[in-house]
Design a protein around this ligand. Sequence first.
Ligand SMILES: Nc1ncnc2c1ncn2[C@@H]1O[C@H](COP(=O)(O)OP(=O)(O)O)[C@@H](O)[C@H]1O
Ligand SMILES: [Mg+2]
Length: 502
Amino acid sequence: MSASAEPFTIVSESGHSGPQLFEKFHDSTSAKIADIDVQLVTSLRAQYPDLIVTTIPTTNVNLLQFAAAGYATAELEVTEDDPIIRWRGFVPSVHRGREGSLGENRFFSKYRYTWNNEKFIMYCVIVGYNQLQYVLKEPRDGESTLSNSVVTDALIATIGKWMVSDEDVIFVFDNFWTASKELWKQVQKANWDDVILDPSMKKALTSVSGKFFDSEDVYKEYGVPWKRGLIFHGPVGNGKTISIKALMHTLYQRSPKIPSLYVKSAPYTYHIRAVFEFARRMTPCLLILEDIETIVTPANRSYFFNEVDGLENNDGMLTIATTNYLDRLDPGLSKRPSRFDRKYLFPLPSFEERVLYCDYWRRKLQKKPSIEFPKVLCRPMAKITDDFSFAYLQEAFVATLLVLARGEEPGSHEEYAEDGGDGDLESYELYRAFRAQVKLLREDMGSSGVPMHAWCKASNVCRVGWPACGGFTGGASSFRTTDGDAVHFKANHTGAFESWII
Ligand SMILES: Nc1ncnc2c1ncn2[C@@H]1O[C@H](COP(=O)(O)OP(=O)(O)O)[C@@H](O)[C@H]1O
Ligand SMILES: [Mg+2]
C-alpha cells in the first residue's frame, strides 16, 4: 500500500524511542497526591544526613528579602547537582516612555546564607502557589538532626519581627514584600501643600482616611465590616501618586501611626495571596494598589475578589487603587460599590490651576536671584500650556531651568514672532525658554495627545466649544472646562466619539 493510501500520513519517524514529552507532562500532572514538602524534606534528609532540615514558608519570613536589605548575605550556588531553574521575562515599565527591565523568577535555587556569623545552606523552591525555603544547619549541643535548630529558630524570629516592624519604612510589594526606607524618606517630603487640587476634593481627600481610621466603633455599631476601598483615576500625571504620598505622610503622623503598604506589581495569583495575608496582619493599615489594571488581571480576578470580600477578615483595611484608565477596569472593581465605593477623578488642570502651579514654581525659584520670574508671567505661561498635565508642566519647568543653567540660547526672537509671541514677555529669558520648551513638549505629545479642541472642531462633536480640554488617543480621557466642571470623555480607539459624562 502506498503512503498516500494510508488513512494517516506518518510525518516523521525519526524521533527517539524514549519517553515522549506528553508522557512526561502527563506523568507529572496526574500524581494521586503530591505533598511536595514531604518529598523534599525526605530527600534533603537523605542528602544531608548530618544536618537539621527546616522548612520555612516565605510569606512572613523571607530570607532573601532580609539579605537584600543588607542584614544577611545569600550567595547563589549553581552546580550540576543543584542547578537553577528559572524563568526569564521582561517586565515592561508601567510608565510610558520608560524602559522596562529583565525579570527572573527562580523556581529552584540554592544559596550559601550567612547571618550573625552563622552559616546555613538554603534552598528556595516555588511549586504552584507555594514558595518554600529549606534551611540546613548542623545540630548544636543536645540537638539531633530531627529536632529543631535553635540557631535557625533565632533566624526565623529575627526575620519575622523585622518584616512587621514599621519603623521608618514603607512596605512595598514587588514580587515579594520589602521594607523600603527610600520610599519612606520620599513620603516624609510629600505634603498636601504641594498638591494643587480642586479645594472641595482636597478637603474630601484629606479627611477621608482620618475619618475611616477614627470610626472603627461606628462600623462595629452598625455591624458592617470596617473596611473601605477608593479609586483614584484620571489621565497620567495629575496627582494620583503624589496625593497618595501626602496621605501616607499624614497617616504616619497619627498616633499610633498607620502603616502604608504599597503594591507595585503582583501579577500572579500567589502574589495576591501574599499581598492580602500581609496586609491583614498589618491592619489597621493603608493598602495602595498602584495601577490596579496591572494587578487584577483576567487570570487572577476571582482570586482577588475573594481576598477582598470573601470570608477573611479585612477589618481596618483602607484600600486605594489607582488607574489611568477607569473605563478599562474590570467592572468587578469599578461597578461593585461594596468593594471600591468612592471614585476620585484627577483631571487635567484647568487654566486657574495651571496659574497656581506656575506660581508654585515662581515661589520655589524666588531663592534664585539669577532667575527673573515675576508674577505677571504666570497667567501667560498657563495660557500657552492648555491641555498639559501637571507632569508635563513640571517637565516644561525643569527643561527650562536646565536650558538656563547650561547658558543655552533660550530661543530666537523670530520664533516668537511666528508663534504670535508677546513682545513684553519676550524680554524675560525665563519666558522665552519656557515657551520654547512648551513647543517641544507639544511636539512630543504628538500622536499621544491630540489636543481635543482641534479634534472636536474636526469631528464637529463638541459643539459647546470648551476652551480647555485634554488630549487623548482613544480610551478615556478626563479634563476640565475652564469654569471647573470635571468632564469624563470617552472615545473608542479610532477616535470616534462614544460618550461623555459630566
Ligand atoms: N495636582 C498636582 N499638583 C501639583 N503637582 C502635580 C499634580 N499632579 C501632578 N503633579 C506633578 O507631576 C508629577 C507626577 O504626578 P503623579 O502624582 O505621579 O501623577 P499620576 O496621576 O500619574 O499618579 C508629580 O510628581 C508632581 O510633580
Ligand atoms: Mg501614578
